[in-house]
Design a protein around this ligand. Structure first.
Ligand SMILES: Cc1ncc(COP(=O)(O)O)c(C=O)c1O
Length: 409
């Protein structure tokens, strides 16, 4: 289990106070706080190694070392077979558009791409764009009572014309964790690739791309205690085969062919700090760096379970509350502690603003999850998302504050 008190000490921003009380960061799905080691990564890079790559001098070589180490670190974090399978970019959305542009060059009119009604739009719009090339986009539906995928019908949606199935690992609006293994089986049975948006899952549990049997996967380091830096994993043969858009002098080799222009080397240095923090959570479990990261993320997953239970029980106790998604505790291994809710007679924005004045940070809006909110007939929900550094007593303060806000309405 995670020693939360010790973990919190690593995050300077968690010391922030509002009216003599600690700020409560429940805005994590939009970006987590970072440990000191992430911050130090920037200072180290700019203070010691700052240069562009390819030069015959020390700082240029050191910058290449930072890039290589960050690439290996992400291969370890994701369980990839080789660092050549890791591509860095500005964020998940840009990397996914780059990928969809490259895929567009090999698809034929009449080919099909399948996504789901549970996605963040960054896993919809890049595939919708393929319709310009005559590609058909098909949808796996959801069960609105639980905000889970309708996998029964997925087998009918994925068919002989399917070339790619794009699914989220966890929903950024409802916290649902999808059965990615099953989708990999369905995609591979028809010879399609599986693309996984792991942005929301990454801070909550271990990812093993080989065990998941996915072909492509993206995540974003600012969602897992790191800097703004997007990461794309792709099976080596796929990254080799796809025609990426690149400038002519840039390398045709992996992964350079996917990384257009100069990289964000300072953020790669910061990412090394993030990964080193995460390894400390493995509590000296030993093994390779990859095994330590896996143990740390497994410990995070286990310790978040009690946060999920307390959060959902608290929300359900409030008058006029509607909590969307999996609310049955026997199903909590299928969700992370991210919850969407509305209250009768109160707009989500109004509730989030009232929480903000109490130093409790949350979100209201569509969370870029346009399709699932549409399925619920909603234009906005309130949303909180907890991570391993959050405390049970923060949940109690949040629920008490909601009680006051709703009572005052
Ligand atoms: C599930 C999910 N996918 C994709 C994204 C987009 O990530 P990025 O900001 O790195 O483009 C987000 C961001 O909120 C997200 O939550």
């Amino acid at each position: 289990m995670i020693d939360t008190v010790r973990a919190r000490r690593c995050f300077p921003s968690l010391q922030r106070r509002h009216n003599d009380l600690p700020v409560i960061y429940f805005d994590n799905p939009a970006g987590t706080q970072v440990p000191q080691s992430t911050i130090d990564g920037y200072a180290t890079y700019f203070g010691l190694h700052n240069a562009n790559v390819g030069g015959a001098f020390a700082t240029s070589r050191e910058t290449q070392d930072v890039i290589d180490a960050a690439r290996q670190g992400m291969a370890d974090f994701l369980g990839a077979a080789s660092p050549r399978e890791i591509v860095f970019g500005p964020n998940m959305t840009s990397l996914t558009f780059d990928l969809s542009h490259a895929i567009a060059r090999v698809l034929q009119p009449g080919d099909e791409v399948v996504t789901t009604r549970l996605e963040h739009d960054a896993n919809v719009a890049p595939w919708l764009a393929l319709q310009e090339r005559g590609v058909t986009l098909r949808w796996i539906g959801i069960n609105p009572e639980t905000m889970t995928l309708d996998l029964e019908r997925a087998a009918q949606v994925i068919g002989p014309r399917t070339r790619l199935v794009a699914c989220g690992y966890a929903s950024n609006a409802f916290g649902t964790v999808n059965d990615v293994h099953r989708l990999a089986d369905l995609a591979h049975a028809v010879g399609a690739w599986l693309f996984v948006d792991a942005v929301h899952y990454a801070p909550h549990g271990p990812i093993d791309v080989q065990a998941l049997d996915c072909d492509l996967l993206t995540c974003s380091a600012y969602k897992f205690f790191g800097p703004h830096l997007g990461i794309l994993y792709g099976r080596e043969e796929i990254l080799e085969e796809l025609p990426a858009y690149k400038v002519r002098p840039a390398s045709d080799e992996l992964p350079g062919k996917w990384e257009t222009g100069s990289g964000n080397y300072e953020s790669m240095s910061a990412l090394l700090g993030t990964l080193s923090y995460l390894r400390t959570l493995a509590n000296g479990s030993g093994g390779s760096e990859s095994e330590q990261l896996h143990s740390a993320m497994t410990a995070i997953k286990e310790s978040e379970r009690t946060l999920t239970e307390r959060l959902l029980a608290g929300l359900a106790s409030l008058p006029g509350a509607h909590v969307y998604g999996l609310t049955d505790p026997t199903q909590f291994d299928r969700r992370v502690p991210t919850a969407s809710f509305t209250f009768d007679g109160h707009r989500p924005e109004e509730v989030a603003a009232a929480l903000g004045t109490r130093g409790i940070y949350s979100w209201a809006g569509n969370h870029y999850a346009l399709e699932p909110l549409d399925q619920l007939g909603l234009d906005a929900t309130g949303r909180v998302g907890l991570v391993h550094y959050n405390l049970p007593e923060e949940i109690d303060r949040f629920i008490a504050a909601l009680g006051e806000i709703l009572g005052a309405g």
